[in-house]
Ligand binder design. Sequence first.
Ligand code: FUB
Ligand code: ZN
Length: 676
Amino acid sequence: MNRRHELVRENTARSVVLPVAPTRGRLRPLGLDEVRITGGFWARRRHINATATLDHCRDWMERVGWIGNFRAAVEGRIHRDRRGREFADSDVYKLLEAMAWEAGHDAGTSLDAEIGALTDAIAPAQEPDGYLNTAFGRPGQQPRYSDLEWGHELYCYGHLIQAGVAQTRARGEGELAKIARRAADHVCATFGRGGIEGVCGHPQIETALVELARLTGEQRYLDQAALFVDRRGHRTLADTEFGRAYYQDDVTVRQAPVLRGHAVRALYLAAGAVDVAVETGDDALLAAVVRQWEATVARRTYLTGGMGSHHRDESFGDDFALPPDRAYAETCAGVASVMLSWRLLLATGEPRFADLAERTLFNVVAASPSEDGRAFFYANTLHRRRRGTVPPAEAESPRAESGLRAPWFAVSCCPTNVARTLAQLPAYLATADDHGVQVHQYADAEIATSLAGGHGVALRVRTDYPSGGNVTVRIGRSPDRPWTVSLRVPAWTASATAWLVDPDGIRRAVAPGTAEVTRLFRPGDEIRLELPVAPRWIGADPRIDAVRGTVAVQRGPLVYCAESVDLPGAHETDAIRVDPSTEPADGPDGTGVTVVVAGELAAHAGLRDDAVWPYEPLGPPVASSADGRTGIVLVPYHSWANRGPSTMRVWLPTTEPDQPAERSRPTEPDSTAPGT
Ligand code: FUB
Ligand code: ZN
């Protein structure tokens, strides 16, 4: 038995329900059978995901014909009847992946039947050599692999393979896994050495093939993934109006200094490169991706964690080109960013990767779905100037950009990506190593695993996070030897003190990074982490020209925004100017944050849509409190547009344009904030 098989067996002995299962790396992930989220912010969202979003996605894909495409392929009418974009198959697979992880939490679930029904629709469409795609290759369609630039065939396989891996890990190998395996074999036979020397215009197959290698112990899937990573950047894809950087085929992964081009593609590719680097022990490749992550986080990331500022090609902009009102920040890019950071965290153990994952989860991934889990943001702007119009309830929304969440889109990659992320979310909370357990994300949770030597440990996490900053970790089970509980101290705590209280009641200040307690724990022992979540102003690097003279508010990990529904009168958010000399404060009812406006709120009232020149002398303030200091309430960004059409902004203009950046930079050395 080779090393790979041994490692597969090792992982299997501990947990099988692992979304990402590297065989090497600093930290060992925990499976969905080892971590349960039991309450709070994420439990609510996960419940809605399981009880509403999964059905919603399936119903829409039946309605718009994306599931029917498989039937049409089998019945020989696909050239006439195919619906959706060339990558529509992938959303059926992403839904299947989400269902599989969800089924992994709940043994008695009816999801097995749902997975079975969808699999039955897909299976007959697979051709004898493993090829499976409803957009190509049949009479009346373009030939297979005739459009690697835009065709998404390998991208679709990637999602199929991920679904097959999820099903096997969550429920044991079933028909879906067999379909996925046949497709992967077909890919290796067709694109392996001596085959087509190409890559897919949309990376995604790389992570999937590595995960299949991890699952099966088959080296050839890893080799194929490594081949795809190394082939990219050699200009095998045709040039486009966006340049080859659009699909990362301009420069090799090893040479690229920063993530560029289409954001989702760039992030999926980087995640796949990390997977390959970890499995092959390629430290140079890992270091290259770490450098790209650093440059991207420092210069190409929104305060929310969102990535991508070009609508035209859904891509990253130049360094510091982060206009809030043109933020694309696609939900899928948020998902992909979390995937990348998670892999880097496992590989290196460095908490900065969990910091960015937290920022992105709370302010991009959580912002996308509506409260009922049946509508979604695709793009996540940081500034909405016009109130949105209500998207069609019965038809696909044509555009990604919207002021209100839409039930479905003509390109509907985001809803199923949110679904599969929330379904696997518990696995992102904690890890283990030979010495103990590391908690990276805070939620009410139960964690049970075994350390080296098979010593069982169990912890219970209780917290009001993110509205409060108290986290209590109670030991439930502990071996008769010392071990370590590590807690991430978020980078955003840098401007105030965080405290750790050990089981003896000794309280010490802890710096951003990791706080550890090592001892012979007894069941019932408690560790407390006190994180300072008071609201604070955030300034931006002045090179982000688009937000000069503005400030934002963050409270704990949550970015806040002003929404017109919270403003007095009929004012729009563009009328706001705030006074940064007064700190933001918690609102009286505990839901929002209050900031003081600079008295001009009403001076800008009645902005005219028919104005021909966008500048005018300021009128006098016409409405303010007696002392001229009106307070307005800000709400968490993730919750905006849940109360109907509104205007919204995260970055708030001030009276003193240069002050905020000067004020905040020395006190906010947040490793995941732009410009640090
Ligand atoms: O191309 C497939 C998906 O559709 C991409 O990841 C998204 O950006 C959207 O364009
Ligand atoms: Zn998307």
